[in-house]
Design a protein around this ligand. Structure first.
Ligand code: C2E
Ligand code: MG
Ligand code: MG
Length: 452
């Protein structure tokens, strides 16, 4: 072979590498993947079952923002190796975009490609729970995996890829299960979510979202302790959309992450301004709800740290409200995250306490400051002795564990009186005030609220 031909070949190989392989991980890329599918299945052979796994890694963007792109790249390489180590010989792994990987499984020996894929997904999740050393940091990443399976015809495989992607996007942030196998009904749900997602996606930019503030008072003295920040969506056609409707959808679509960031930033900024304007109200707290998905899939630590830094608010003015389920479902990971959060000097509350899990052992394990008794107990406390007993028990529990107690949903004077007798020190509810737009909440501070 002449030197020129040798060079040409080398050039061709390089171009091929460039076009078909990802230079960072050395894995095949999207184009290679489609090419292989076409070559292998172009004539609809070999027959049998195939499955596609669509893997989405989270946290990467926050890692890029916090530690820089070099660290993000390093982490991606290690993640790719971890996934590869789980791959059976017949599997094809490709890196699609940034934090997305795809696996094709196809072998005539399979009884069920779907079962193979589910088992592989389990193994990948397990591998990813092991912490990765990045410089002197130990980082734990997690993934959601959508799976689809069917007969391996060319047409079908392209569809399988789309279906696996749809399933991956549909994985609910509230679920512990981070793998979802595609079913046709997922698609219609996905379409309506997509519409809402598109609308919600621009809602922040269009200033359709607003933070309302519900006062929390000291039940004995009536003085204002702080506010709970509650999001509102003023939809251009539908009017006010309740958080009960849009928060679950924001969680499903992943939009809860930018929304949560926005809410935390806005609320900290607002309280910081109020404290400057009303120094006499200097001890006020702002409570911000943190969704399960923010704990498991986002760097809530960086979000809180940035919100405090940008607003100039000191950590002890911020309290994060977390539900029991996010602690119990991901106990080890949650404990590490909560300890990190506490290092910012902020406080942590369990929201809707009493509705989730019967095991209380987690209360010892997590660095919690406050229990918020769920509204359902307060609601029928004056009619139902069992509810009142339960509130009494929760109050004793809080005292024993040295935790603050806040009652939610106080609507009647009688409920407030019972709560005072039971030693519950703080509360919020329509009797005191509903969630208010910032200007009205400010009147609440300016008026030096002190009543009841
Ligand atoms: P939550 O955190 O338990 O908030 C208390 C809910 O009870 C609020 O509903 C509040 O308006 C309502 N409430 C307060 N006092 C009373 C009362 O006396 N009677 C009755 N019937 N209800 C009362 P809202 O604002 O509709 O929020 C519902 C849930 O949505 C919240 O429950 C919280 O879990 C979630 N949420 C709201 N905003 C956000 C947010 O920005 N981020 C996250 N992650 N979740 C949010
Ligand atoms: Mg709350
Ligand atoms: Mg609540």
């Amino acid at each position: 072979m002449s030197a020129d031909r040798g060079l040409e070949l080398k050039f061709e190989q390089e171009v091929e590498r460039y076009n078909y392989f990802d230079s960072l991980t050395n894995l095949p890329n999207k184009h290679y993947f489609y090419q292989v599918i076409e070559d292998r299945f172009g004539d609809d052979l070999p027959p049998g079952d195939a499955a596609v796994l669509f893997i989405n890694i989270f946290k990467l963007q926050r890692i890029n923002e916090s530690y820089g792109y070099e660290a993000g790249d390093e982490l991606l390489k290690m993640i790719a190796q971890k996934i590869q180590s789980c791959l059976p010989p017949e599997g094809l792994l490709a890196r699609f975009d940034g934090d997305k990987f795809v696996i094709l499984l196809n072998d005539e020996a399979y009884d069920s490609a779907e079962n193979e894929a589910v088992a592989l997904a389990r193994q990948i999740h397990h591998e990813l729970t092991k912490k990765i050393h990045l410089g002197n940091q130990k980082i734990q990443v997690a993934a959601t995996i959508g799976i689809s399976s069917g007969t391996s015809t060319l047409h079908n495989l392209i569809e399988l890829l789309q279906d696996a992607h749809t399933a991956m996007q549909r994985i609910n942030g509230l679920s512990t299960d981070r793998t979802l196998v595609y079913k046709p009904e997922i698609k219609s749900r996905a379409q309506s979510i997509l519409k809402l997602e598109t609308e919600l996606g621009v809602a922040i930019d269009n200033r359709e979202l607003e933070v309302y503030y519900q006062p929390i008072i000291n039940l004995a003295s009536g003085t204002l302790i702080g506010f709970e920040a509650l999001s509102r969506w003023n939809h251009p056609e539908r009017g006010a959309v309740s958080p009960a409707e849009f928060i679950p959808l924001a969680e499903e679509s992943g939009l809860i992450l930018p929304m949560g960031r926005w809410c935390m930033t806005t609320a900290c900024q607002q309280l910081s301004e109020w404290i400057k304007k009303y120094p006499e109200a200097g001890a006020l707290m702002i409570n911000v709800n943190v969704s399960n998905m923010q704990i498991t899939q986002d760097d809530v630590m960086a979000v809180a740290r940035d919100a405090l830094r940008h607003s100039g608010l000191e950590g002890h003015h911020l309290k994060l409200e977390i539900t029991e389920s996010s602690l119990v479902e991901n106990a080890d990971q949650a404990r590490d995250i909560l300890l990190d959060l506490k290092s910012l000097g902020l406080q942590l509350a369990i929201d809707d306490f009493g509705t989730g899990y019967s095991s209380l052992s987690y209360l010892h394990r997590f660095p919690i400051d406050t229990l918020k008794i769920d509204r359902s107990f307060i609601m029928d406390m004056n009619r139902n002795e069992d509810s009142q007993k339960l509130v009494h028990i929760i109050s004793n529990l809080a005292t024993t564990l040295g935790l603050d107690l806040v009652a939610e949903g106080i609507e009647q004077q009688e409920q407030l009186l019972i709560l005072r007798q039971l030693g519950c020190h703080a509360g919020q509810g329509f009797l005191i005030a509903p969630p208010l737009p910032a200007s009205e909440a400010e009147n609440f501070i300016a008026g030096g609220h002190n009543s009841r």
